[in-house]
Ligand binder design. Structure first.
Ligand SMILES: N[C@H](CCC[C@H](N)C(=O)O)C(=O)O
Length: 326
């Protein structure tokens, strides 16, 4: 089958966007998973952290389904939703829209550039739950906020929440970031285990200057990525719960792919997070895929020029992190 796609990224978390609104593709569930595993392979001519299927919606301006590089589907993707927001808004000539996701119809909007000439969108991250059954996390507690999980670590404390995809977050110091402990814990909870039967995204967070944090994430279904939008949003919320940052204030979230901003909103113990950051296109391509034989070829590939400007944002962020000793 012939497929057109755009490759883009949100803070270095890169995705293949497949437009099912304009094109008359009709993928079965197994084809969606198979395409993700085949096209996201970093040893192939494409490679990405996941695929974003952009689909018609009966109730919103568009619909996003996100598949990780291992072919598993996730309920939400913050960096990916900014790319889908851009694609749908530009297609329909909108500055704001509603995008249907697995668990909620979410508000998205075009924003002022977060960095000169870097196309920027804001997306709503919601719903948020601290109920452990919503991850799921199998421990006999109503929630897990800044507590130990002895099976994973004797010294680290963790918070667990679903936004709505599952996140396990630990606020750490530089030495823990530089040790191999995050990889160890992440691989343990993303291979068959009793604690997290569906796996979990694992983030280590370091508080920097006031209103600034650094987040490093091992993503369920992918591995370490440059950034994870839902993880950066969930981490921002956890830093507010721990008194390191404040709700309704901009939090600069640094990551290995650059910088985004989060604003945590609280309404009677209900939280949502606004995630603001780049939505950068890298190239568009036409490919021929033979899923039976698990092969594909790139028929054409045309680069965009936006990445050149994005790399200036990324260099600034990396300079800041170097000064912070990261
Ligand atoms: N790996 C995640 C999905 C992608 C989320 C991430 N790329 C983001 O930007 O939020 C999961 O399985 O829950």
């Amino acid at each position: 089958m012939q497929i057109e796609l755009i490759k883009g990224h949100g803070s270095g978390n890169d995705f293949l966007l497949i437009d099912e609104i304009t094109n008359s593709y009709s993928f079965s569930e197994s084809e969606r998973a198979g395409l993700a595993a085949l096209l996201c392979d970093r040893n192939s001519d494409l490679g990405a952290d996941g695929i974003l299927f952009i689909m018609k919606s009966d109730q919103a301006d568009g619909r996003m389904r996100v598949f990780n590089a291992d072919g598993s589907e996730a309920s939400m993707c913050g960096n990916g939703l900014r790319l889908v927001a851009r694609y749908v808004c530009e297609m329909k000539g909108l500055n704001e829209a509603i995008i249907e996701t697995m668990r909620a119809d979410l508000k998205v909007s075009k924003q002022e550039d977060i960095y000169p000439n870097v196309t920027t969108y804001q997306v709503e991250i919601s719903p948020v739950s601290f109920h452990l059954a919503d991850l799921p996390l199998n421990i006999n507690e109503p929630n897990l906020l800044n507590k130990k999980i002895p099976e994973l670590s004797q010294e680290l404390t963790f918070s667990a929440l679903a936004v709505p995809n599952p996140h396990l977050i630990s606020i750490v110091e530089t030495e823990q970031l530089k040790s191999g402990v995050q990889k160890e814990i992440s691989e343990k909870v993303n291979n068959p285990n009793e604690l997290f039967p569906d796996g979990v995204n694992v983030s280590f967070v370091k508080s920097l200057d006031a209103g600034s944090i650094y987040v490093n994430t091992f993503e369920r279904g992918v591995g370490f990525t440059n950034a994870c939008g839902t993880a950066m949003s969930a981490s921002s919320l956890v830093t507010c719960l721990q008194g390191l940052n404040s709700v309704e204030e901009i939090i600069n979230v640094y990551n290995n792919g650059g910088r985004v901003q989060c604003v945590v909103h609280e309404n009677d113990e209900n939280y949502s997070i606004d995630l603001i950051g780049n939505a950068t296109y890298m190239y568009q391509a036409q490919i021929n895929v033979d899923l039976e034989r698990e092969t594909f070829s790139v028929r054409s590939k045309e680069e965009f020029t936006e990445q050149i400007t994005y790399e200036k944002l990324q260099a600034d962020a990396q300079e800041y992190l170097q000064k912070a000793g990261l």
